[in-house]
Write a protein that binds this ligand. Structure first.
Ligand code: URA
Length: 209
């Protein structure tokens, strides 16, 4: 089973509180999501492989370490996932970015793919799927399915806030995936919103509705 990591560094908890606050405006919300994403990227990259190299300091030669493992790819789910990309790229500037667009069919309530654009070397990269609100888990599971069907190797799912229902759904359908959250909330309400949550992440990021 993949890990469930709650990134509960005090700086992250502090910023998530303001992200939740309904009085936080669009500009502040966007900046806070960006900052939390950057802080979460430290935790998400904790297991990247290093290899030893010799380095000449002004004093003597010594052994240093440089990042060596597989290259990373970020796959935000449109549109709210976009809000977390720049923060992660500040820590992992060499990552390439693909995009997945999904909407929910009104009758079946199932996620339907409407867009998929992936880097040309995507199958060689370790992929981090980004979905800020892990509610039912339907979109995250569909995105992970889409990537696997295309021969890709998603390994991590990065979210701001999750409901236990969403975590369970991903763990059941994609048990090998490591899930990284800034907060694990109580439940979903009857409208599919995370409680207490932060409302609609896409609307709050882009000032819509
Ligand atoms: N998507 C959101 O943006 N918010 C929720 O609470 C659930 C899904």
């Amino acid at each position: 089973m993949g890990q469930l990591v709650i990134c509960d560094h005090p700086l992250i908890q502090h910023k998530v509180t303001f992200i939740r606050d309904k009085m936080t405006n669009t500009k502040q919300f966007r900046e806070l999501v960006d900052e939390v994403s950057m802080l979460m990227a430290y935790e998400i990259t904790r297991d990247v492989q290093l290899s030893p190299v010799r380095v000449d300091t002004p004093v003597q030669t010594t052994e240093g370490k440089v990042i060596a493992g597989r290259m990373l790819g970020l796959i935000p789910i449109l549109r709210a996932g976009l809000g977390m990309v720049d923060g992660v790229l500040r820590i992992i500037p060499s990552a390439k970015v693909g995009h997945i667009g999904l909407y929910r069919d009104h009758e079946t309530l199932q996620p339907v793919e409407y867009y998929c654009s992936l880097p040309s070397d995507v199958t060689e990269r370790e992929l981090i799927v980004i979905d800020p609100m892990l509610a039912t888990g339907g979109s995250a599971n569909a995105a992970l399915d889409m990537l696997k069907k295309r021969g890709c190797r998603p390994t991590k799912l990065m979210c701001l806030i999750a409901a236990p229902e969403g975590v369970k759904a991903v763990q059941e359908q994609h048990p090998e995936i490591d899930i990284y959250l800034a907060a694990l909330d109580e439940r979903l309400n009857e409208h599919g919103y995370i409680v207490p949550g932060l409302g609609d992440a896409g609307d709050r990021l882009y000032g819509t509705k």
